[in-house]
Design a protein around this ligand. Structure first.
Ligand SMILES: O=C(O)c1ccc[n+]([C@@H]2O[C@H](COP(=O)([O-])O)[C@@H](O)[C@H]2O)c1
Ligand SMILES: Cc1cc2nc[nH]c2cc1C
Length: 352
C-alpha cells in the first residue's frame, strides 16, 4: 500500500537530557520524589528541545466513525449510538464535553465516517471517508487501500488545522473495540482471546459470540503482511485517522495524551510505521478493557492512571491532562535548592 508516513526522527539529545535531569534534580524536593511526573518533565523538555517546556493551546480531538462489523452483534449497543453521541459531544453533555470544558480545552469532533448526514457546525469537522462507515470485516477488508490512505491523511490534516503543541486524543465508534482487539492481537502477537473484551458491556454469552466472530475475521485476514494492510483489513476510519493524527503530531513534536484501548490500538499502527512516535506519547490510563494492558506492555508504556475506565471518547486522557499541566508547571515554577537556600543531600553526608 502506497503511503509514506511523515518523518518522525528519534531525538537522542544527551546534552539536553543532562541539563533537564540537572534542573529536575535541583528542584526543592528529595531526589526523585515527584516520581512519574519527573519522567513527564523530562519527556516534555526533550520533545520541545528546551529545558523550560510550555503547553501552548492544548486541544481535544475526538475521531468518530461506524463499523460494518457491528452488524455481527459484537457490541452491547446499536450503531445509531455513534451518531447520537457525536450530537451529545457537541451539545456539551458527554463526559469528554464536561472534562474539556472543566480544563478549558477546545473540543473538536471529527466525523470520519459516522452513519447519517450531519451539518457542519463549530467544533465539528465532517469528512467521512465513506458515509456509512467501514465495510463488514467478516466479509472482506473493512476499508479499501484508498480509503485507508484517505483516513490516515484526514488525521494528518486535522492536526495540521488546529493550533497548539499538545493534543488530548479520543474516539467514538460502536464496534471499535473489535477492530482494536484484532489490531492488538496482530501487532502484539498476543492470543486473540487475550485481546477481546466486553467493550460497552457485553455479558458472558455476548463476549463468547464476539470472540467467535473475531476469530473468523482474524482467520479471514490471516495473510495481512504490512501495518497498513492490517489497518485496512480490520478498520476503522477513526482508528486510521488517529494513527495519521499521531504521526503528524509526533512529526510536529506536539505532545500526545493517549486515551484508552482504541487510541492505543491506533498507536500500535503508528508505532509499527514510525517507532519514534512514542517520544511524543503520554499514556493516560490503563483501561478496564481486556487487551489494553497487552498493547501498553508491547509499547513499553507506563500509564499514569488505572481507574477501571472503559468509556473512551478521550475521557481518560482528559482526566490525566491536569497531571501533564502539573508536571510542566512544577518544572517551571519550583525553586531550586540554591535559589531557595535549602540544604541538599550532600550537606547530610558532610555532617555525618
Ligand atoms: O477506551 C477504552 O478503553 C474503551 C473501552 C471500551 C469501550 N470504549 C468505547 O465504547 C465503544 C466501543 O465499544 P463496543 O462494545 O461498541 O466495541 C467506543 O465508542 C469506545 O469509545 C472505550
Ligand atoms: C452511551 C455511550 C457513550 C460512549 N462514549 C464512548 N463510547 C460510548 C458508547 C456508548 C454506548
Amino acid at each position: 500500500m502506497d503511503w509514506t508516513p511523515p518523518a518522525v526522527a528519534p531525538r537522542a539529545d544527551a546534552a539536553l537530557t543532562a541539563r533537564l535531569r540537572q534542573r529536575i534534580d535541583h528542584l526543592t524536593k528529595p531526589l526523585g520524589a515527584l516520581g512519574q511526573l519527573e519522567a513527564l518533565m523530562l519527556q516534555a523538555g526533550l520533545l520541545q528541545g528546551r529545558v523550560d517546556p510550555r503547553l501552548d493551546a492544548p486541544q481535544v480531538l475526538v475521531f468518530a466513525a461506524d463499523h460494518g462489523l457491528a452488524a455481527r452483534g459484537v457490541s452491547a449497543y446499536p450503531s445509531d449510538v455513534t451518531a447520537q453521541m457525536v450530537e451529545n459531544f457537541l451539545a456539551g453533555g458527554a463526559a469528554i464535553s464536561v472534562l474539556a470544558r472543566l480544563h478549558g480545552l477546545p473540543l473538536t469532533v471529527v466525523d470520519a465516517g459516522v452513519r447519517g448526514a450531519r451539518a457542519v457546525r463549530p467544533g465539528l469537522i465532517v469528512r467521512p471517508v465513506a458515509p456509512g462507515g467501514t465495510a463488514d470485516a467478516s466479509l472482506g477488508p473493512a476499508m479499501s487501500r484508498a480509503q485507508c490512505v484517505q483516513a490516515l491523511e484526514l488525521g494528518r490534516e486535522v492536526v495540521g488545522s488546529v493550533p497548539g503543541n499538545a493534543l488530548v486524543l479520543g474516539e467514538m465508534g460502536i464496534g471499535n473495540t473489535s477492530a482494536a482487539a484484532l489490531l492488538t492481537a496482530h501487532f502484539t502477537g498476543a492470543p486473540l482471546a487475550a485481546c477481546v473484551g466486553r467493550g460497552t458491556g457485553l455479558d458472558d454469552a455476548g463476549l463468547a459470540r464476539k470472540l467467535e466472530v473475531l476469530a473468523q475475521v482474524a482467520q479471514r485476514h490471516a495473510g495481512v503482511a504490512t501495518p497498513l494492510e492490517a489497518l485496512a483489513a480490520f478498520g476503522g476510519f477513526e482508528i486510521a485517522a488517529l494513527a495519521g493524527a499521531m504521526l503528524q503530531a509526533a512529526h510536529e513534536r506536539r505532545l500526545i495524551v493517549v486515551d484508552g484501548f482504541i487510541v492505543t490500538a491506533a498507536l500500535l499502527v503508528a508505532h509499527a510505521l514510525r517507532p519514534a512516535v512514542l517520544e511524543a506519547c503520554v499514556f493516560a490510563h490503563c483501561s478496564d478493557e481486556a487487551g489494553h494492558a497487552r498493547a501498553l506492555a508491547h509499547l513499553g508504556a507506563r500509564p499514569l492512571l488505572a481507574l477501571d475506565l472503559r468509556l473512551g471518547e478521550g475521557s481518560g486522557a482528559a482526566l490525566a491532562w491536569p497531571l501533564v499541566v502539573g508536571a510542566v508547571a512544577l518544572l517551571d515554577g519550583m525553586a531550586s535548592f540554591d535559589s531557595a537556600g535549602i540544604s541538599g543531600r550532600d550537606a547530610s553526608t558532610a555532617t555525618a
